[in-house]
Design a protein around this ligand. Sequence first.
Ligand code: NAD
Length: 333
Amino acid sequence: MDKKQTILITGGAGFIGSHLVLHMASHYAHYHIVNLDALTYAADVSLLDAVSGFDNYTFVQGDIRDRNFIQELFDTYGFDHVIHLAAESHVDNSIVNPAVFAETNVLGTLNLLEAVKTQWEGTMAEHRFYHISTDEVFGSLGDRGFFSETTPYDPRSPYSASKASSDHFVRAYYHTYQLPVLISNCSNNYGPHQHKEKLIPLFIKNIIEGKNLPIYGAGTNIRDWLYVKDHVQAMDAIFHRGTPGETYAIGGNNELRNIDLVRLLIQYTDDLLGNPKGTSESLITYVTDRKGHDFRYAIDATKLKDKLQWEPKANFEEALKETIVWYLGKYKS
Ligand code: NAD
């Protein structure tokens, strides 16, 4: 029998990574999924309880910044493929402490690239190094236009600068060492499992607790919201059927102004809590805008549709309500 393919997924105890690990471990019995996560404040390993007893799943706590540890991990497992999500991911934190974003997002990625470069020498075509990135590397859009795979990089926050830098290293390893890399740049995700520092979980928690809902600036910044389970389907398609050296832009075809998203959150959450309509509207509080706040992100995902037949499937209203129900279960005592 063929040896089981061993896949390293980094950052699998975080928001998107946990959904990907659950999907991969439960759909592909012939893979051995090794989830490497440092368990920072953003992680929650209990999100993976459903697969923790599976034979094809192993959790390893460790830090991608530690090059010796990464080398030992590769020596131990001989990974066939890597799907790399581990990152510092919160823009506000990157404004306060940029250094850790360079250390984890740039140097951590470099450590993984170095490890695979050595390990896969002579057998590159059999492997995949799939790097998960963000549309924030492209900067900020005005009222019109979309980001796509060919949009020039223009990162504006320490977070997006660190992700852009890691993308460049990944691409450089493709051109220089023929490493079989795949990159995807994705828009804002929503769904269960996200840390409460991010807008949607924070606002649901605050609505439950009757606390203020702090909105940056006038709330007119626009994001293209993608349901995390649609993102998982896109990652599955790219990992299995993507072409090495290629980049794929992933979006939700779902642009919303922050204030409109917040109004929907209020409406659905009040409704699910049994509050009279409009109860939590008074919690909206406008605060000084984020430094360098990008105005609009929007993705043209035509390439993914044409080449890999992927499209976002979620109905936004249903998926947002499902998301709110999950957070109500978590935060409502
Ligand atoms: P997250 O912050 O929820 O999870 C990140 C995970 O990485 C955590 O479990 C954390 O413990 C782990 N981690 C952090 N530093 C580490 C280190 N040094 N070593 C090992 N593990 C470490 O992030 P997320 O929202 O799930 O994002 C996952 C990836 O997707 C990131 O690369 C991010 O840039 C990208 N992305 C996210 C979004 C989004 O909307 N959340 C959109 C596009 C791209």
